[in-house]
Write a protein that binds this ligand. Sequence first.
Ligand code: PLP
Length: 367
Amino acid sequence: MYGQLETYKPPEWAATLSYIPKKRIQLAMTNTPIHPWKLPGVPEDFSVSVKRDDLTGCALSGNKIRKLEFLLADAVDQGCRHVITCGEFLSNHCRAVAVSARQLGLTPHLFLRTDITDVKRAGCEGNMLLNRLCEAHVYLVPPHHDYDTDVMDSMQRLVRNIRASSGESCYVIPMGGASKTGLFGYIHAFEELRQQGVLEQFDDLVFPCGSGGTSAELAIANHLTGGHLRLHGVAAAHSVDFFYEHCDKSLKEVGLGHLKSRDLLRVVGGFIGRGYGLSTKQELEFIQHVAAQTSVMLDIVYSAKAVLGLVSELRNNPSAFQGRRILYLHTGGIFSLYDERMTPVLEDREEQQHHIKLLSQMDETPV
Ligand SMILES: *Cc1c(COP(=O)(O)O)cnc(C)c1O
């Protein structure tokens, strides 16, 4: 039942893994739909469809919620009253934690990396608006603090402070939900793909890579179900090697250490543009073009880069694909569009391209 702590039973093909979480709470609105996608620029001999994991919910949407079904179940099962996590300032993971923690009656605490040093300048843009609406406790962390050491130390200090002052216990989620328990997000979701007929109806699955969780989870699940799909993760951050190493580590965590990530997954580099979280004019214009042509909203940090990468690969490197039937996994992130960045793309257009007019101008400039 939605929102209730339940004993987790993995799909049959995953039952042999050396680690399986005990509990799950359904938080995502599933099954998310799959539909054909008339993506501009795709060569005619390819067909592209999209799996809409941007529709796993409203404020609680995107791929992160799939991990949180297991992580927050673990938190509730352990009797924790607080959830603590960290990420970049406008992190989707942190926003998803803020919203889902409140949904389950837990108090969210977010450690957000930023160069902002004045709390009055934290603003209400993008995910921050939702963090603030949910009254998440936010701690602004200097950008040079390392997640695994400095930020982890700070989070542990908060755990001790909360315990000392209230006796309540905390659940700490590492950056991006990257833990053994979080790994079950897309392992579990793969059963949904399988039941939707994806393994027969598609040859290739394409998705963005950020922390590497989604790619590792898909690689494990695709392998366990017979390796029907070829997986292409487009890097939106880090080096290509980072994702292979992350996947190798995840394979070990579930008892598949004899496998090599490079045999299970193809990571595509070269589409990071100006860098993680930074946008090029081409990426921003592409978001606008895809929205107007297909009504699918790409996000600024991940999908704009990954989908540009997909189109470019289909045109310039078609032999990298196993077949002609491509499925793109839309991982969400719409709230990144609610910042100032899109404004110049929409406003600085030639006058005749403006779609906003006064009523009195309607007759002068027909469509
Ligand atoms: C986090 C995120 C990703 C990347 O997923 P990882 O599991 O971190 O690799 C992709 N798209 C969106 C919208 C995200 O929020």
